[in-house]
Design a protein around this ligand. Structure first.
Ligand code: NDP
Length: 596
């Protein structure tokens, strides 16, 4: 789905690129797995050249226009790769949320009564406009979030357009959404109100037997896939005839606001989508607003629990519109197991592991962050992984050679560093490919490499040697590029000698940090994989089809990838078990949450 990280080049690259001679972004040793002879390849910078316009200040998008916030509070959104301020974003107040909900409610009757094929036309137009403005959206996403341009350009934005295309196709086929669907003909004209009696299939039906929208939806999204989360939330909601109040994450509001411009361009009726920016207080105002019929949330399990409680309380008090309980879907965190059996194609599995945990800096809810490797091959996997990871380039997200970009925000980098430190204190060994093992906990700074080179001990290791020479064969410091002086950085790394009780095996780190553990039998792999309060995703690598199906069937995870990882498609439902939440997004199942 996205192109392979740019390491492992096999031919030399000219040092003259884009007319810039002898300007080196760094160098990398290219070699085949298991080979020790190396060709040194020099990378010239490949900067993205498209420039995007960013206003100094943004208001909310309410009732089809950008409005000045009720109170004048605002905060800076910064580029995490440079720490430069990109724009000032408005802090949404309760009054702003009130205004947005009022506009969404006003727009609802016309939008839901619109012939389904007409609603579909808007979604198709949005999808096409996203494609036309794809490069601009990708650059903006990369600047605001820190993800590499290769990913925003080749993964995020194409998937955003694909989601709108996919759900546009569903708009006039909603009677087929649930199994055992009605036999009544599909509705291609207007339909009657929301309060029609429940039909034989359990949802309210109009005289024509057509499913009805839930109403006004409050949607709250995180910072790791800002635009993609907009699409996952908005496209199915709009296809079903709902109207929306959406809050992007505090650190990544810019692409949602750019999408609002697209809604204006395609003439989406005013008030159908409203975007209120702000921090958790704005999210809380949306959750608690009595004019909202459904909450869809993606984010941390901690906040998800608070939201579940608030929605339950509000519904218990009959505070939702028309006295109906508020609907709720939660897409929360994960600590997903990635299982490699000894009969797997190991070189392919290594690529899967890389995609599983180092894609988007590991800031992925379904990241394959617990690597379970069969004992007989664990040393081979560890060595190959170390070699492959050393070829990943960390740095300027706007450089097309970059594999791993900037961590989205300072708080998240601090959180990653906390886990790096705690993991070592508990006795797990940390390997930073290209640097060595048991590095000090401050991986986010440029000081990581020097402290290792000098062989100083880390605080976390109480004076023990940092470098274990037996663990660093095959890689050397000069394969790694220097990290930029400013910004939030963490080199990809992994822990080994990890016990299931270690904090790095239990808690979601949300960074480019992998925990490597072993198992002996199929049963042990399944037990260890399911030993988590989460249940979002899992991966299985084996060349035995029967083993694949047996293991996949026993894993308690919403998604199980077999001989691949982190593959997304609009047709495929996504969601969790246990503390990873409930409800599905994507596919036909993703529509269920938006039908009353
Ligand atoms: P949060 O759960 O805090 O934030 C997700 C969204 O909810 C953001 O828009 C946030 O606003 C908003 N929010 C925060 N508090 C409330 C509240 N009380 N009521 C309603 N909305 C609220 O995640 P973070 O962005 O802070 O990330 C922290 C951790 O969450 C990560 O380290 C990771 O473990 C996990 N996470 C999981 C994701 C997933 O896809 N499953 C995605 C992102 C994070 P604001 O942006 O202002 O905080």
């Amino acid at each position: 789905m996205w192109s392979r990280p740019s390491g492992f080049l096999t031919s030399s690259m000219s040092s003259e690129h884009n007319g810039v001679k002898n300007v080196q972004a760094g160098s990398v040793e290219a070699r085949g797995i298991g080979q020790h002879a190396a060709t040194t390849i020099t990378y010239a910078p490949a900067p993205e050249t498209v420039k995007v316009e960013i206003s100094q200040r943004y208001g909310h998008f309410i009732g089809g226009e950008f409005v000045t916030p009720r109170d004048k509070g605002s905060f800076a959104t910064i580029n995490p790769a440079t720490e430069a301020t990109l724009a000032m974003i408005s802090q949404g107040s309760e009054q702003d949320v009130d205004a947005a909900v009022a506009c969404a409610r006003k727009a609802l009757p016309k939008w839901r009564a619109l012939p389904a094929t007409e609603r579909a036309k808007y979604l198709f137009r949005i999808a096409r406009r996203i494609q036309e403005r794809a490069r601009e959206l990708a650059v903006l996403e990369t600047m605001d979030s820190g993800k590499p341009i290769r990913e925003s350009r080749d993964v995020d934005v194409p998937l955003v357009a694909a989601h709108f295309f996919y759900y546009a196709g569903w708009a006039d086929k909603l009677e087929y959404v649930r199994l055992g669907t009605p036999s009544t003909p599909s509705l291609r004209e207007g339909r009657s109100g929301m309060d029609s009696p429940r039909g034989a299939r359990g949802y309210p039906e109009t005289a024509r037997g057509y499913p009805e929208p839930v109403g006004v939806c409050g949607q709250i999204i995180p910072w790791n896939f800002p635009l993609m989360m907009c699409a996952w939330k908005l496209a199915p909601a709009l296809a079903c005839g709902n109207t929306v109040v959406l809050k992007p994450a505090e650190t990544t509001s810019l692409t949602a606001l750019r999408l609002a411009e697209i809604f204006q361009e395609v003439g989406l009726p005013d008030g159908v989508v409203n975007i209120v920016t702000g921090d958790g207080r704005t999210g809380s105002a949306i959750v608690n607003h009595p004019g909202i019929d459904k909450i869809a949330f993606t984010g941390s399990t901690e906040v998800g629990k608070k939201i579940a409680l608030a929605v339950a309380r509000a519904s218990g008090a009959g505070a939702s519109p028309k006295g109906r309980p508020k609907k709720l879907t939660l897409e929360l965190g994960g600590k997903s197991p990635h299982i490699i059996f000894d009969d797997a194609s190991i070189d392919q599995a290594i690529e899967g592991i890389i995609q599983g945990i180092y894609f988007n800096q590991g800031e992925v809810c379904c990241a394959g962050s617990r690597l379970l490797v069969q004992e007989s091959i664990i040393e081979e996997v560890r060595k190959k992984l170390e070699l492959r990871m050393a070829s990943l380039r960390v740095g300027d997200p706007l450089d097309k050679n970059t594999d791993v970009g900037a961590i989205n925000n300072k708080a998240q980098l601090d959180r990653i560093n906390y886990y790096l430190s705690e993991g070592q204190k508990e006795g797990a060994r940390l390997c930073v490919p290209g640097l060595g093992t048991n590095l000090g906990s401050n991986m986010g700074s440029n000081m990581g490499a020097p402290s290792l080179r000098e062989g100083r001990s880390s605080d976390a290791n109480d004076g023990k040697m940092l470098i274990d020479p037996s663990r660093s064969e095959g890689v050397s410091n000069h394969v790694l590029n220097q990290l930029p002086k400013k910004g939030y950085w963490c080199r990809p790394c992994f822990f080994y000698d990890v016990q299931p009780s270690h904090i790095v095996a239990r808690e979601e780190i949300f960074g480019p940090v992998l925990a490597l553990m072993s198992f002996r039998t199929v049963e042990e792999a399944i037990t260890k994989a399911n030993n988590t309060p989460y249940g979002l995703a899992a991966g299985v690598w084996t060349n035995k089809g029967s083993k694949m199906f047996e293991v996949a069937g026993k894993l308690k995870a919403g998604v199980v990838w077999c001989n691949t990882y982190n593959r997304f498609d609009p047709t495929s439902p996504f969601g969790g078990y246990k503390e990873s939440g409930f409800g599905r997004e994507g596919g036909m199942q993703g529509l269920g949450a938006y039908i009353a």
